[in-house]
Design a protein around this ligand. Structure first.
Ligand SMILES: Cc1ncc(C[n+]2csc(CCOP(=O)(O)OP(=O)(O)O)c2C)c(N)n1
Ligand code: SF4
Length: 286
């Protein structure tokens, strides 16, 4: 399906068969089907294979330091709340290098969508273990296998009372697209952890492995029951996919700051900038 979010790219750096291609396609289709304007969307990323996603889309983008997508995304949303803001990256980028930002973003609850391509490995740097690598996973660095249990992003997000917590699988097109639409429509911070096979550096957690190790949550499952959701987050082999947790409604960061008069009623980007005062301030540090 062609979308207004397509961008002609001649030098895509991903390996043929990588799960990133389907996430990119599902995301563009979800945004298109929801009728969003590409120029009202900002996709922010850090470093990694997954973090290249915004470069392959027709949207506003910001590609920054490893693990630093979330603070930038929150800043953009607070400055201009009318934008749809997505922070995107791999499991290493978001849970490793950016782990502290991951926890802070959940607590602050800006209205952003946090998409994590979870391939359980560091793809860009050629296959070292990431925080979500399964115990026993052997790599050229972890030659005897990873000795510790994997980081559980779903349990962490629920324990911090994230506004919405979703897991899906890039290989299940309908599910992944539906979950992306739910995430985009939600007001508040959303974690959407997407299982994504890295066909080059993770020969254990393959497409077939993910397919055999996930199950879709039944329709009667109630994501608003926090204790049940926490129990679900601890399940593995198979891992549940779907909307795992939805917290009771709470204020989003940009509204809270406005209501508490820290940024006034006008969006921050419409405020006059006193460049003279700004330059004086910056000169103090040069
Ligand atoms: C501060 C810092 N540490 C380490 C690196 C090296 N580095 C670049 S990408 C990467 C791992 C990326 O893995 P992940 O986020 O899981 O994404 P993937 O490539 O698998 O999509 C690392 C460690 C870096 N660029 N900056
Ligand atoms: S190294 Fe892995 S994650 Fe990176 S593009 Fe290739 S298959 Fe995808």
């Amino acid at each position: 399906m062609s979308t207004r979010f397509d961008r002609i790219v001649e030098d895509n750096a991903w390996c043929p068969g990588c799960g990133n291609f389907s996430i990119l396609a599902h995301l563009k289709e979800a945004l298109e089907e929801m009728g969003l304007d590409p120029l009202q969307c900002v996709v922010v990323s850090g470093i990694g294979q997954a973090a290249k996603t915004p470069q392959y889309m027709h949207v506003h983008m910001f590609n920054g330091l490893h693990g630093r997508a979330l603070p930038v995304a929150q800043g953009i949303k607070v400055s201009n709340p009318s934008l749809t803001v997505i922070a995107e990256g791999g499991d290493g980028d978001m849970y490793g290098e950016g782990g502290n930002h991951f926890m802070s973003a959940i607590r602050r609850n800006a209205d952003i969508i946090n998409i994590v391509h979870n391939n359980m490995v560091y793809g860009l740097t050629k296959g070292q273990a990431s925080p979500t690598s399964q115990r026993g996973f052997k790599t050229p660095v972890q030659t005897e296998g990873v000795h510790v249990e994997p980081f559980n992003p779903i349990a962490t997000a629920i324990s911090l009372d994230a506004s919405l917590v979703i897991r899906t699988f890039s290989g299940n097109k309908e599910h992944c697209k539906e979950m992306l639409k739910i995430a985009i429509a939600h007001k508040g911070y959303v974690l959407i952890d997407i299982f994504q096979p890295c066909v080059t550096f993770n020969k254990i957690n393959t497409f077939k492995w993910f397919k055999e190790n996930v199950y879709v949550l039944p329709s009667e499952y109630n994501p608003e029951d926090k204790v049940k959701a926490f129990e679900k987050s601890l399940e593995s082999h198979p891992f549940p996919i779907g909307v795992i947790y939805k917290s009771p409604q709470k204020g989003v960061l940009e509204d809270v700051l406005r209501d508490e008069s820290q940024i006034g009623s006008k969006p921050l980007y419409l405020h006059e900038v006193d460049f003279h005062a700004l330059s004086n301030e910056m000169n103090k540090y040069i």
